[in-house]
Design a protein around this ligand. Structure first.
Ligand code: AHM
Ligand code: MG
Length: 359
């Protein structure tokens, strides 16, 4: 398009229209995730900037993975299986491996972490001091829901950050196996119809959406609060025959008619945890992955899935439980420990816990 500008001797004529700058949609008025984190850092006296640097690397890795996920199916041969299985015995997708190595490379070289644990790595990766290790521990599920990649369902990266507890260079079990309530921050990037970054710290939960043209995450969901009660339940009901009686009673409860509590609830189940929890966080309701005959401790991983998502949902006013205990009160004993998960609106999760307790 040709731009028809009249040259004027009056330099004012070339100033950007001030009104346009005041519009809320202008990128100059929107808060980026990096600005938000820097702003938080300034509130802490003596902050070194190490946490901000770590978050910067996480964001860059999320953008790189987002680009690859968006391009999956075209160009490079990135879809499909690697032919390997991970420590859980699950088949590793090429994109799983790509996301895992991207986050490990960027976060591991940032000089801000002393250890990384990942759903895709058997053992914790301890960063040696002479490679510039930092005071944080980074835990991740690099690509949750990856079995859905080939059908274009939203998938995501889930992470949590802890501070090293012990003094000295060695990373000990005390550092690696901290209770979930010791988390400094947690979040997820969801690669969906848009890429979003949901981030929780001691100031609450905020959602940032990636502007693909500017390559920047902008605040789109300030102060996320989960409704106290929802109208949907989310569970893989195909496993019904393998459930204990009390789990069947929980699901039957949400399906019963009751005008007072708005039941029956609708059923929503994507089969990609990050997407199911994202919907639950924004709209309310309950997501469950219970124990069953095949998986006596459930399927989901405590450190890589349950703990970060519990921190996010509870920071937004919700609740997360294994049926009897708050997820954030559990002290882990193994890197790849599994746990049953009930997460979502406070009232709905408490209802599930109440039915669970009535044996
Ligand atoms: P993963 O993709 O990191 O291995 O995670 C496991 C996935 C979750 O995203 C999802 O909630 C669950 O497995 C679905 O399991 P199922 O197919 O049994 O419903
Ligand atoms: Mg997962």
């Amino acid at each position: 398009m040709r731009y028809n500008r009249r040259v004027s001797k009056n330099s004012q004529a070339f100033d950007p229209p001030l009104e346009a700058l005041r519009e809320g949609t202008s990128c100059m008025e929107r808060t980026t995730l990096v600005q938000y984190i820097r702003h938080q850092e300034k509130k802490f006296q003596g902050a070194t900037g190490e946490f901000t640097s770590l978050m910067n690397e996480i964001l860059i890795a999320a953008k790189i993975v987002s680009c690859q996920v968006n391009k999956a199916g075209i160009g490079e041969d990135i879809l499909g299986l690697t032919g390997r299985t991970n420590v859980q015995g699950e088949e590793v997708q090429k994109l799983d491996e790509y996301a895992n190595s991207t986050f490990i490379k960027l976060v591991g070289q940032s000089g801000t972490v002393c250890a990384i644990t990942s759903e895709e790595c058997k053992e914790p990766l301890k960063i040696p001091c002479n490679h510039g290790s930092g005071k944080y521990i980074f835990k991740m599920d690099p690509l949750d829901g990856s079995s859905n990649i080939d059908v274009n369902v939203s998938i995501g990266t889930i992470f949590s950050i802890f501070r090293k507890k012990t003094q000295g260079a060695d990373v000990t079990d005390e550092d690696l196996f901290q209770r979930g309530d010791q988390q400094v921050a947690a979040g997820y990037a969801i690669y969906g119809s848009s890429t979003m970054f949901v981030y929780a710290d001691n100031q609450g939960v905020r959602g940032f959406t990636l502007d693909p043209e500017l390559g920047e995450f902008f605040l789109s969901h300030p102060g996320i609060r989960i409704p106290a009660q929802g109208s949907t339940y989310s569970v893989n009901e195909g496993h019904y025959s393998k459930w204990e009686e009390r789990q069947k009673r929980i699901v039957n409860h949400f399906k019963e008619e009751d005008d007072k509590t708005g039941r029956p609830y609708g059923l929503r189940y994507i089969g990609s945890l990050v997407s199911d929890v994202h919907r639950t966080l924004l709209k309310g309701g309950i997501f469950m992955y219970p124990a069953d005959k095949k998986n006596p401790n459930g399927k989901l991983r405590l450190a890589f899935e349950a703990v970060p998502l519990a921190f996010i949902v509870e920071s937004a006013g919700g609740r997360a439980s294994d049926g009897t205990r708050r997820i954030l009160d559990i002290t882990p004993t193994e890197v790849h420990q599994r746990v049953p998960l009930y997460i979502g609106s406070k009232d709905d999760v408490e209802t599930a816990e109440r039915i669970f307790a009535e044996s």
